[in-house]
Design a protein around this ligand. Structure first.
Ligand code: ACM
Length: 523
């Protein structure tokens, strides 16, 4: 009886999927486990392994284990080893083997080792994601052989810090949770009409004036709180350095030529003025930039400082939702269109983006913009972020340009998560199931064209999101679903397998003090 019961229990345990999010490419679960304790040592083989050993040690601080370094060990080990590059590992892949005597993680890059370490963390108790000391917790790691690599190179989330400002600590917290889910791009929407959030030394008014506004003044009565704020260059360096440790590239966004109200409030000469200026700097009558050469020069100077701060190959220039009306009405803009032999305002928008594209390209960077940058002709080196559906991504890929898929239908995390009972928001409806069901490669593309789909990104716009806890609520657990779309093989995706794994993952979010939307009853 006892043996039968024990066998049944073992079978039941084995049939529970390992609580991994995102699900790896190949998983072989074996019976038995490795036990982490005071005797466990970390063995480092290769320079890239050293930084990952330190990350692992920091991550497991709550266990109180010494996790001493050792040159070699034949039991009680966690080995982190750099191996020769192989096609199956790629740039970010790893192998993770857990057996009774120890754990071995192999990869050909530091990023690969890092993702192996993140998977190992998910095999340990969820409470280890917290800072509370674990005492008496069983630190068993189930025996397993995993071989894993991501499906997409761009696994991103965007945060709008212009409409409401989030302090540096909140950004660091988001980055940690993103890295735990193997995201590798953080798109930081740093400027927009209500706030300019990045210190630019050459143009101090951008933050002196441009960071002070409160989005609520535009749409609803002031809530009495100050939503202003900006990141100093030193803040930004700290965030970028932390992101680098987490193998996340920060893609900064400096919006142009629309959504530029905060810049115009700071430096009125950048604006299109069809009415008389008032003493209130925020009373701009259009958030479009005036397409003078001097405006381009201003933004090139801004880009000089941005490029010094952000090592990312890609720099995002916005480009979305330029209201052509104010340009149509503006005599000087019409003169500029005629002088340059342009046909219309779409071509003027494209002209502006092309100037910045030349500049970024000349400095070894790549321009990325929202899909409106296709209008009036796509700049030579541009990558398109497809948000108004998927057609922008399709058009870009067919024209031989790279694209990142981020359609409102599935990837807008400011949209509501249920039809009723949600905090006040912008509207729309993108529940967890929709996020999980999204396939980033449009069917319309040939296999060759599909190679231009770099990946996928979820966007958290913050017009209606005024607090960190609300922002986290919008990000998670949809971010967990997105992580799986971005990383896991298409053939491995199954919502019914995802939910039990997610339930464990949510305990990790709890331990890390991350707010999230609870799953609906029955999930
Ligand atoms: C956007 O949502 N305006 C890119």
């Amino acid at each position: 009886m006892l043996i039968l019961a024990a066998t049944a229990l073992l079978r039941q345990e084995m049939s529970q999927p390992l609580p991994l999010v995102p699900w790896p490419s190949h998983v072989e679960a074996h019976a038995g486990s490795f036990h982490l304790d005071d005797a466990t040592v970390i063995v480092v083989k290769g320079r890239e392994a050293r930084e990952n050993a330190e990350f692992l040690r920091q991550s497991l601080k709550s266990t109180g284990l010494p996790l001493k370094a050792a040159g070699n060990a034949n039991k009680d080990f966690i080995v982190l080893q750099v191996v020769k590059p192989t096609p199956d590992l790629g740039d970010e892949g790893y192998r993770l083997d857990v057996a009774a005597e120890g754990v071995k993680i192999e990869a050909s890059t530091s990023a690969g080792l890092f993702y192996g370490v993140q998977t190992l963390r998910q095999l340990l108790p969820a409470a280890s994601y917290g800072t509370v000391a674990l005492s008496g917790t069983n630190l068993d790691v189930p025996n397993v052989a995993i071989q894993d690599r991501p499906r997409f190179a761009w696994r991103g989330m965007m945060l709008d810090v212009s409409r409401h400002f989030y302090v540096k600590g909140e950004i660091l917290k988001m980055l940690d949770m993103m890295a735990a889910h193997k995201f590798n791009r953080f798109h930081w929407h740093l400027t927009d009409d209500p706030g300019w959030r990045i210190e630019i030394k050459r143009y101090p008014n951008l933050t002196k004036i441009g960071s002070t506004e409160n989005y609520d003044t535009f749409r609803k009565p002031k809530d009495g709180q100050n939503h202003g704020g900006f990141y100093t260059q030193s803040d930004i360096r700290e965030v970028v350095a932390h992101a680098k440790d987490l193998h996340i590239t920060i893609v900064p966004e400096i919006e142009m030529p629309g959504h530029s109200g905060a810049a115009i409030a700071s430096y009125p000469e950048l604006g299109v003025w069809n009415q008389l200026r008032t003493p209130d700097p925020w009373a701009f009558d259009s958030s479009n930039l005036i397409a003078e050469e001097s405006t381009v020069k201003f933004y090139e100077n801004v880009m000089d400082e941005v490029m010094k701060l952000f090592p990312s190959s890609w720099i995002h220039v916005g480009g979305d939702e330029v209201d052509k009306g104010p340009w149509k009405k503006n005599a000087r803009t019409q003169e500029l269109i005629n002088q340059r032999g342009l046909k219309n305002e779409e071509e003027l928008q494209s002209w502006f983006i092309q100037q910045i594209d030349h500049y970024l390209t000349a400095h070894g960077r790549r321009l990325i913009g929202w899909d409106e940058i296709l209008e009036g002709g796509l700049a030579k080196g541009a990558t398109v972020m497809s948000w108004r559906g998927i057609n922008g991504g399709i058009a870009a890929a067919r024209a031989g340009h790279d694209a990142v898929m981020s359609p409102t239908s599935h990837m807008y995390f400011d949209y509501l998560q249920a039809r009723q009972g949600e905090p006040r928001g912008i509207g729309g409806f993108v529940p967890l199931e929709s996020v999980y069901s999204y396939e980033p490669v449009p069917e319309a593309l040939t296999a060759d064209e599909a190679t231009h789909i770099l990946g996928v990104q979820g966007n958290i716009w913050c017009e209606y999101i005024a607090t960190p806890s609300h922002m986290e609520y919008m990000a998670w657990p949809r971010g967990c679903a997105l992580a799986e779309i971005a990383w896991s093989q298409k053939s491995d995706r199954s919502f019914s397998s995802f939910i039990p794994r997610l339930q464990v993952d949510l305990q990790r979010l709890d331990a890390a003090g991350m707010n999230y939307r609870k799953l609906d009853q029955g999930k």
